[in-house]
Each structure stands twice: as structure tokens, then as C-alpha cells.
Design a protein around this ligand. Structure first.
Ligand SMILES: [Zn+2]
Length: 256
């Protein structure tokens, strides 16, 4: 039996995943006649987390569609912002530690574990906690157990942050979350955090916060200029600040 020949056209955003000949536009492919379209697309290198729609002869079809001979297939990229059924929460793989800290700096729930717990455990945690798995590892993003996933397109943390914020549009609440452990911060007294303070800090500041999970102390003022710049830019370009976050902008990060 002849194997069906189909025609595939990938959206420009997906070109980095496919081989060079398939970036030029519509190209032919012979399938085995039984594989689903989702499998076909994935086997060509495109994580299904990055596919926003599959059209056959202009008609939307599910990933389970089995392509027939002669079909013209368009593979679309995800839309930005990408709709989410719940406020997005994230889980980052071991290579994305800087991105995790920057998301937390903005108050975005970003779970991260180092050392690496392994792909199976990451996928299980994504499912159990309904977290969007962020990774540059296509193998990890292929795992069926994932609740949701997203490829991180850049290797540079500044671009990674813009990628995630533009894609999922999470609410921002800067300086409300512990950058060390992802716990939430609550106001603290100088007495309660005194043992974590150096002499100068104790004299100079009188507004403190503390992580409810790990106990890390934070204080008002004296932010590192680089962190201030990250927050200012993110709020300017992607700001959907939570109502309670407006006066948390003065809680600084403990040095060291
Ligand atoms: Zn903490």
C-alpha cells in the first residue's frame, strides 16, 4: 500500500525546531498512514507545547487526527498571551535558576529545585501541582504526564523573562516572594529578624519582611540597582500588578 503523502507548512515561530528544508514553506512528507498528526509534528522536532493549532485544508483538527493522502496541513504557533484555565504557576528545570529567581522577584510563583530531581519527577510535580513546566529540553517537554509545558526560547535570562511574561501574562507583585525558596513574604519586626542582620542594617532600616517558608529576612530600601531595573522594566512592559502589591515595592533583598 502506498504511504500517504501530505503537505506541511510550519509557522515562522516554529522554524527553529524543524530541519532547514522545512523552513522554506510548504514541504511534502510521506507518513506511515497510521500515526497521528500530533506524532508526525513531534517527530519532526516541534514540541506540541509550542503548537497553537493544526489546520487541515483550512479546518482545525485535533492532534489525534490521522492525516490522509493529499492533505494540506498548517502548523500554527501558540498565541501570546496564551490562555490559561487558572492563574499560571511555573516549574523550572535545573538550567533555569536565574529565570526562577527573576520570576520570584516579580512575585510570580516559580518552583525550582537544584540539584536536578530528574525528568520523571519534574513531570510528576507539574501534574500534581498544575504547574507549567518551563524548559529548553524538548525531551522533557514531550513527557505526557506534564500538566502543561512551554519551551523557553532564549538562553539569556533577560530574554527568557520577557518570553515567559509575554506568553503567560502572569499577575506581577514585585518584592512579595522569597527569591531563595519561592515562599511568600510577610511583614516582620526588627526583633524577629535581628539575628540575620548586620550592625549597619539594624541601625539604618526599620521595615522588614520575612519568608514564611524558609525564614529569610528582607528589608526596606537599599535594593541592588540591577534588581530594581529588572522590576521596573517588567512592570512597565508587562505590569498587571496585584492590588495588594503596590506598597511592597520597597522591601529590599538581603545581601549575600
Ligand atoms: Zn524563603
Amino acid at each position: 500500500m502506498d504511504r500517504p503523502q501530505i503537505w506541511l507548512d510550519f509557522a515562522p515561530e516554529l522554524h527553529l525546531f524543524v530541519s532547514a528544508p522545512r523552513r522554506a514553506g510548504r514541504t511534502a512528507l510521506r507518513t506511515d498512514g497510521t500515526s497521528t498528526l500530533g506524532h508526525v509534528v513531534e517527530s519532526l522536532g516541534v514540541p506540541l507545547t509550542e503548537v497553537g493549532g493544526l489546520l487541515v485544508d483550512g479546518r482545525a483538527v485535533p492532534e489525534a487526527h490521522v492525516p490522509a493522502d493529499g492533505e494540506e496541513i498548517a502548523v500554527r504557533a501558540v498565541t501570546r498571551p496564551q490562555p490559561s484555565p487558572v492563574p499560571p504557576r511555573f516549574l523550572l528545570d535545573v538550567h533555569l535558576g536565574t529565570l526562577a529567581r527573576r520570576l520570584r522577584l516579580l512575585g510570580v510563583d516559580a518552583a525550582y529545585e537544584n540539584p536536578d530531581i530528574g525528568d520523571a519527577a519534574l513531570a510528576a510535580r507539574s501534574a500534581a501541582e498544575e504547574r507549567i513546566m518551563l524548559s529548553r529540553d524538548r525531551g522533557l517537554l514531550r513527557r505526557r504526564e506534564l500538566w502543561a509545558g512551554a519551551y523557553v526560547y532564549s538562553h539569556r535570562p533577560a530574554e527568557q523573562l520577557r518570553d515567559v511574561l509575554s506568553r503567560f501574562a502572569p499577575s506581577l507583585a514585585p518584592w512579595s516572594r522569597c527569591t531563595t525558596c519561592n515562599g511568600t513574604l510577610q511583614p516582620a519586626t526588627k526583633t524577629s529578624v535581628r539575628e540575620q542582620l548586620q550592625d549597619g542594617t539594624e541601625r539604618s532600616y526599620d521595615a522588614f519582611a520575612q519568608c514564611t517558608d524558609c525564614g529569610q529576612a528582607y528589608w526596606r530600601g537599599a535594593h541592588h540597582a540591577r534588581l530594581e531595573a529588572i522590576v521596573t522594566e517588567a512592570v512597565r512592559d508587562f505590569g498587571r500588578c496585584q492590588e495588594s502589591g503596590e506598597d511592597q515595592g520597597r522591601i529590599g533583598v538581603v545581601s549575600g
